[in-house]
Ligand binder design. Sequence first.
Ligand SMILES: C[S@@+](CC[C@H](N)C(=O)[O-])C[C@H]1O[C@@H](n2cnc3c(N)ncnc32)[C@H](O)[C@@H]1O
Length: 230
Amino acid sequence: MPAQPTMPMGNGYGLGETETKSIFVDTDEFSQNVEFITYELELGYDNWSAEEVLKSVLPTDIPAVTGFSVVGHVAHLNLKETHAPYKSVIGEVLLDKHMNLQSVVNKTDNIDNTYRNFAMELVAGKDDMNVTVKENGCTFQFDFSKVYWNSRLGTEHERVISSITPDTVLYDVFAGVGPFAVPAAKKLATVYCNDLNPHSYKFLSRNLIANKVKGEYKSIIWMVGSSSKT
Ligand SMILES: C[S@@+](CC[C@H](N)C(=O)[O-])C[C@H]1O[C@@H](n2cnc3c(N)ncnc32)[C@H](O)[C@@H]1O
């Protein structure tokens, strides 16, 4: 029986053999002794991505689940009505496949309220929306169910923050939980920030303190000229 060279299984799929060994082959001997065999490789759940699993378990006549946002340990889905009967399995597969996630929520309403947070339902994992997010060298803690946060604004926040100097005076109206105000104050700017949502204001104030900002800042809960005050 000719010696079988051990081939690297680059992606670790199947066979349980992932070790790579160097072998020296005498090409004459190799061409005489080598034989090609057919090997049946079985791929299972562990080898599939979340997208592949969902594509295979969900009915073919409903739209594919295409992406989700991540806010701390929470995955935020925007499912269609046709996904409703399968939302639990969708959530469980995402938790299984993304080790950084602990909760999966689905948006149940459009953002149309003053505070710009949205109604959500837990579809899998733990019912804890207190998240920690890092952005522009700062840490933000907040209850995602009660305030506005959009991970896709990170680049825009960074663009503005990059132009801040210690001479800057920043009036951050509608400041949310502080993605402009906190890093600006950290860069020694003078910052005035406010938000109408009492929850945003609470987390904004905490985030200013927690990030040990050295700039001058003043956070206020309501805005002069706003239609309502809390
Ligand atoms: C789209 S969010 C933007 C938050 C933040 N700038 C960010 O980038 O994450 C708008 C914020 O404005 C706040 N807001 C709405 N009306 C307001 C008002 N009249 N005065 C102060 N803040 C207000 C909401 O509570 C919400 O946090």
